[in-house]
Ligand binder design. Structure first.
Ligand code: SF4
Ligand code: SF4
Length: 316
């Protein structure tokens, strides 16, 4: 898959609002990729990401970087003494003591000054270069599916290294390039103050090399899990009036299966975690029957999975 195909697949499967943003750090002397232009004004790295997710392809040498912190963290320029010491974080009242500021600075990932000469950014679908990382600006539900896709073939959980400081430069770019691990960020003071990221959005950054594997896993998840979850198929019909005056004795669920509708596909028996449902033969036809209703925990899995809408749960 090329960049454009991967971007199209991810956008469709995750229903992305914004283009994923391809980010590459250029080494000194490295050729500038095609189709990128310098912005007319200096921008912060988080602002450049905003412009790229809105369709712009940018070449950003140090003179185009408006944030001295971000440019230094990404190894484009030396860090100024005031930023290195942490005193500016105290002035902004983002941290209480110089010790806290220095600890925060020491624990983030940075590249040494001069390691890189420029940043290039583009919507993934337009990127005429191989990015180091791809940054998604997305909703929590979409983040969840990216996490599922990243675990899909291994079952592994994820550990993230993030903070409320230096979001797009340290946590989404340098951290991911150095560790080659996906990372998340909720944005930082700068990114929230100067870009269009909404209160309901956050970021995920993925090493570019892992993107095809993620896209494959998302395709598998799109076959069943994603559409089912988005249709809320396990949500009981009435979930906002569940309080009752007296504690119920024992199990209080009736599992009713409409034998006229039931086609005997067996999905309910297969998916029921409590083995409540058994397939029977009625007049030579397979039919589902709730043979052990007292074990029903009211999870609604059977009702959600039944393609015939043949199962009704009644809470007594
Ligand atoms: S899932 Fe529905 S149609 Fe299939 S066996 Fe169960 S009740 Fe019948
Ligand atoms: S609601 Fe859950 S436990 Fe009860 S019968 Fe359906 S799948 Fe089984």
């Amino acid at each position: 898959m090329n960049n454009s195909e991967i971007a199209a697949a991810l956008t469709k499967m995750l229903t992305l609002r914004w283009s994923p943003v391809a980010v590459k750090l250029l080494k000194p002397g490295e050729k500038i990729p095609e189709k990128v232009t310098q912005p007319s004004v200096p921008l912060r790295h988080c602002q450049a990401i905003t412009l790229a997710r809105r369709g712009n392809s940018l070449y950003m040498p140090p003179s185009r970087h408006a944030c001295p912190d971000g440019a230094a963290i990404m190894g484009l320029i030396p860090m100024s003494p005031k930023l290195r010491s942490g005193e500016l974080y105290l002035l902004f009242k983002k941290l209480p003591t110089i010790e806290c500021a220095q600890k925060m600075i020491a624990s983030r990932q940075e590249f040494e000054a001069g390691t890189y000469a420029a940043t290039v950014l583009a919507p993934l679908e337009d990127a005429a270069f191989e990015p180091d990382v791809v940054i998604f600006t997305i909703y929590p539900e979409q983040m969840m599916w990216l996490m599922c896709a990243a675990s899909y073939s291994t079952g592994e959980r994820h550990n993230f290294h993030t903070s409320g400081y230096n979001s797009t430069c340290a946590d989404l770019t340098v951290q991911v390039m150095k560790t080659k691990q996906m990372n998340i960020s909720f944005g930082c003071y700068g990114a929230r103050a100067i870009s269009d990221i909404s209160d309901f959005e956050a970021y995920v950054s993925v090493p570019f090399q892992q993107l095809p594997t993620l896209a494959c896993a998302l395709e598998k998840l799109s076959a069943k899990s994603i559409p089912e979850a988005r249709r809320k198929i396990y949500m009981p019909p009435v979930i906002d009036k569940v309080a009752c005056a007296e504690p119920l004795a024992g199990n209080a669920v009736d599992v009713r299966i409409d034998s006229e509708r039931c086609t005997g596909c067996g999905l309910c028996e297969a998916f029921c975690p409590e083995a409540v449902i058994t397939m029977m033969t009625v007049d030579g036809q397979p039919k589902a029957s709730a043979t052990v209703p007292e074990k029903c925990c009211a999870c609604y899995t059977c009702a959600g999975q039944c393609p015939q809408k043949a199962i009704q749960l009644t809470l007594r």
